[in-house]
Design a protein around this ligand. Sequence first.
Ligand SMILES: NC(=O)c1ccc[n+]([C@@H]2O[C@H](COP(=O)([O-])OP(=O)(O)OC[C@H]3O[C@@H](n4cnc5c(N)ncnc54)[C@H](O)[C@@H]3O)[C@@H](O)[C@H]2O)c1
Length: 248
Amino acid sequence: MRLKDKVAIVTGAAQGIGAAYARGLAREGAAVAIVDILDPNPVAKEIVGNDGKALPLLVDVSDEKQTQEMARKVADTFGHLDILVNNAAVYGTIVRKPFEEITVEEWDRLYAVNVRGIFLCVKAVAPYMKAQQHGKIINVTSSTFFKGNEHFLHYVSSKGAVVAMTRSLARELGNYNINVNAIAPGQTLSEANLKRGEQVDAHSLNIRLLKRRLFPEDLVGTVIYLSSSDSDMMTGQILLVDGGTAFH
Ligand SMILES: NC(=O)c1ccc[n+]([C@@H]2O[C@H](COP(=O)([O-])OP(=O)(O)OC[C@H]3O[C@@H](n4cnc5c(N)ncnc54)[C@H](O)[C@@H]3O)[C@@H](O)[C@H]2O)c1
């Protein structure tokens, strides 16, 4: 129970990798707000059914009013707010295409969630974390940023922005004893990827040093580590969890 009495928000937690993070944090004793534009109730009920604490919240992270309300509700419900996992993103619904075919509307919507969403969520929780002089912020980038990836320009570049925000926010929040780090998963067989039939291709497996597919559970330990006191002297760092594909 490394996170006993801690309070966490996991965005994009109604399914996939975010749901795995939420279950993992709850198993370690944290009360977890399940935040998503999809129905957050099933994951919250499952956690409560396993004797954990969860608060389902329908929130669009690209909307400032909603993110402010999210932070207030979580702090009111549980008394404080210790951990924010910025996992929500436009990802599973993307149709890959050459960059010339990406419309300005698609570009802007993706950035509104993947980049502005993180900015707004951090802005919403920062006053609570600053007041208590501690906090753990974990951003979700991707190994794709380190490699570049074709037919995915808006997504890959948004994950580059997440790396930049992680480093800059770490600089701004260090004085308040708030850690800001990021996890960079490799291609993972989440629900979204399984649904659209995405497989890890032979080339990707071939260049991966550890020769097997990644599943959401493979990422959870790193998020627990970054949420716990074990990582208290780490900030501004990006941890690649991709079976050994990219290096930095
Ligand atoms: N699956 C992979 O191979 C992989 C690899 C690297 C990084 N990632 C990242 O991991 C995270 C989770 O990926 P996933 O595979 O579970 O995909 P996913 O598309 O299932 O997860 C994204 C979640 O965010 C939610 N979301 C989207 N827009 C939102 C909004 N405006 N407000 C609140 N929630 C919103 C979605 O409903 C969904 O539950 C994403 O940040 C993704 O970029 C995934």
